[in-house]
Structures are given as structure tokens and as C-alpha cells.
Design a protein around this ligand. Structure first.
Ligand code: ZN
Length: 84
């Protein structure tokens, strides 16, 4: 477990370096997506604790609802209804 472990193509160290820009909305879309994918999947980032850990937790909370948008939720509900 180190800051140089790579998850979703970027390391924790790179995530830390980009976090300020991320919060300011200053990251390009692909960099933002990589950062979100990393934080969503990285055990290191969840374990850092402190202010950073809190930020990771908030980021994950914000990311979760987007994983299941209304359209996908409707498709899922329709498929579940079919199976019954
Ligand atoms: Zn990480």
C-alpha cells in the first residue's frame, strides 16, 4: 500500500496533486473521470483518514447516485419485472 499504487490509471499521489483543481472544477473531463474512478475503487484513498479521508468519503457519496441514473434505474426495474 503506497501512494504510488495505480488504480484506474493514476496513482494516489497524482490524485492528491489534482484534488485542488478537481474541487475548483479546473480538471479536464478525462482527468476528472480518472480521478473519480480512482477514488471510487482505491482502498488506499479510503484508508488515508483525516481531512483527505473525509473528502474521499464525500466524493464517493456524490458519485454513487450517478452510477444509477433514472434511465438505467427504469431499465433495471423493467427487467426485474419481466423476470417475475
Ligand atoms: Zn488512491
Amino acid at each position: 500500500m503506497s501512494l504510488d499504487d495505480r488504480v484506474a490509471g493514476i496513482s494516489c499521489r497524482e490524485v492528491l496533486a489534482q484534488l485542488g483543481d478537481y474541487q475548483d472544477g479546473g480538471l479536464a473531463a478525462n482527468a476528472r473521470a480518472a480521478l473519480e474512478a480512482h477514488v471510487g475503487a482505491c482502498a488506499n484513498c479510503a484508508a488515508f483518514g483525516g481531512a483527505y479521508g473525509g473528502l474521499v468519503a464525500r466524493l464517493r457519496e456524490r458519485l454513487t447516485p450517478r452510477d444509477l441514473d433514472a434511465e438505467r434505474a427504469a431499465r433495471l426495474a423493467a427487467r426485474l419485472a419481466q423476470d417475475e
